[in-house]
Design a protein around this ligand. Structure first.
Ligand code: BDP
Length: 471
């Protein structure tokens, strides 16, 4: 690693001036989220209190996360307890190869999973196939079985892909929403794929009867994408988010990215599933949190569930007898957690990036002036009671950085926890030093009497500085 070998001669001399008096947004407690296909529920053992490995990975990530169930497959799901007519479904193109069969048992095990993890639920019902009566029955069953762990029902997944415009969506959506709310079940939306104007229009028309506003985010479609492209960020999207947040603030509603990840169509191999995705994920979550987004739900799950949602067949076959390689092979490329019930589960690089960002949950953002000296660096500062948190992310593939921090009066001693891996394209060997044992506890950092300290940040790595007695 570069920091072991010394700082490279072209290192960026960056400086971060913290402005403790200038407070920003309070970061939501439920910043961390996941999104899975409804098809994932076809195996009731997946989201189950008995699936200890997955329960642990969720809990260790966040004590108050939110799981969103939806995706393309939610629009093709048949609720098996529904006795009415379901139209013959057009399959293969733009949807699963067969309708998803959702059984009551899967909701019961899901309820146990949520209790075991402390996570809450956002659940999507059909709009595309146009069976409101089934959507209402399913929404009622979810509410009854999940209870207060249900935050809201969403109606239709990315309706911008199949409704002509916002008005057409609104017309199709309104009878569903009225019936679901009349049954006493909370509703959120519009869960659009990419239309911020839909979010703004929806807020105008439905704010009073909604729990939160939502849309999705992906940078682009796979197989496009590269490590350089991902780490370049997405300035245009940040501006859109500010527009969505103005609508959310005006209507006093939280705004959530109910589905997000690097590259849609299943993710980009060698980008979505390597260490670069951890740096991207941490930076993306914190950039969103700083702008007031209440939750980011990273989409993922098993390969068959994602491929089926795209109308494709999964080839998760592997000849490897290595358990870790098998878990990887059965999982979609962008998923933060790899594995399934048969092979067990393990974190992917993105998981560690989410862990870093999750440290900010519940804290209040603080302003800072960051001179990045021409390198691809980002920084986020927040305070929680007397503690100050500083995330430093070096997304530059070519330059190490030395960051001189100031404005840390009263900072005293702190702990520096690094997020690193052998290289940006590493699939394994990712470490986030947030543990308590000596080998994983990071190192201590001293702030001088002028409120200054300095952190060396190797190319392609991040660090979290935690000062616990900041006044
Ligand atoms: C989103 C869909 C989801 C897909 C994902 C993808 O909601 O069901 O799995 O794209 O293309 O638009 O990877």
């Amino acid at each position: 690693l570069a920091f072991a070998a010394g700082v490279a001669p072209n290192a960026a001399q960056a400086s971060l001036v913290v402005r403790p008096g200038r407070l920003g947004r309070t970061v939501s407690d439920s910043l961390t989220g996941f999104s899975y296909e409804t098809q994932q529920l076809e195996n009731p053992a997946f989201f189950s209190a008995d699936n200890h490995a997955l329960v642990r990975l969720f809990r260790e990530l966040s004590p108050r996360g939110v799981l969103r169930i939806g995706g393309n497959s939610s629009d093709y799901t048949v609720w098996t307890a529904y006795r009415g007519e379901v139209p013959t479904q057009r399959t293969h193109k733009g949807g699963p190869q067969r309708p998803v069969m959702l059984k009551p048992e899967a909701l019961h095990t899901l309820a146990g999973f949520l209790r075991a993890t402390g996570w809450k639920l956002v659940f999507g019902v059909n709009l595309k196939i146009g069976v409101p009566a089934m959507a209402v029955e399913l929404a009622q069953a979810v509410r009854q079985i999940i209870g207060d762990d249900l935050i809201a029902i969403q109606i239709g997944n990315e309706a911008n892909n199949y409704e002509a415009d916002y008005n057409a969506f609104d017309q199709a959506w309104t009878p569903y929403a009225q019936a679901i709310r009349a049954a006493g079940v909370p509703v959120a939306g519009p869960d659009t794929g990419a239309n911020t104007d839909w979010v703004i229009e929806y807020a105008k028309r439905h704010a009073g009867e909604n729990v939160f506003l939502s849309r999705h985010y992906y940078k682009e479609a796979a197989p496009r994408g590269s490590i350089a492209d991902l780490l370049a960020g997405d300035a245009a999207f940040y501006i859109e988010i500010e527009q969505a947040m103005r609508a959310a603030d005006a209507s006093h509603l939280p705004f959530r990215l109910t589905e997000a990840n690097s590259y849609y169509l299943g993710g980009r191999d060698g980008v979505s599933n390597v260490f670069a995705s951890a740096l991207w994920g941490a930076d993306f979550m914190l950039a969103m949190a700083q702008r007031g987004v209440a939750g980011i739900h990273f989409h993922g799950g098993t390969l068959d569930s994602i491929e089926a949602s795209l109308g494709r067949t999964a080839d998760g076959s592997t000849t490897s007898t290595d358990q870790a390689a098998r878990r990887d092979a059965v999982t979609s490329r962008y998923s933060a957690i790899a594995g399934d019930v048969a092979f067990g589960f393990q974190p992917r690089p993105l998981y560690y990036g989410m862990q870093l960002a999750q440290q900010f949950a519940g804290a209040q953002m603080v302003s800072a002036d960051f001179d990045v000296a021409g390198a691809n660096l980002t920084a986020y500062v927040a305070r929680r009671e007397r503690a100050l948190l500083i995330a430093l992310i070096n997304k530059d593939a070519g330059r190490d950085a030395t960051v001189s921090l100031s404005g840390l009066h009263g900072g005293g001693k702190g702990r520096l926890m690094r997020l690193s891996a052998p290289a940006l394209d590493s699939r394994n060997g990712v470490v986030f030093e947030n543990g308590t044992d000596d080998a994983h506890a990071g190192r201590s950092v001293a702030v001088d009497t002028h409120g200054r300290c300095s952190v060396v940040l190797p190319r392609g790595s991040a660090a979290l500085l935690h000062l616990d007695r900041f006044v």
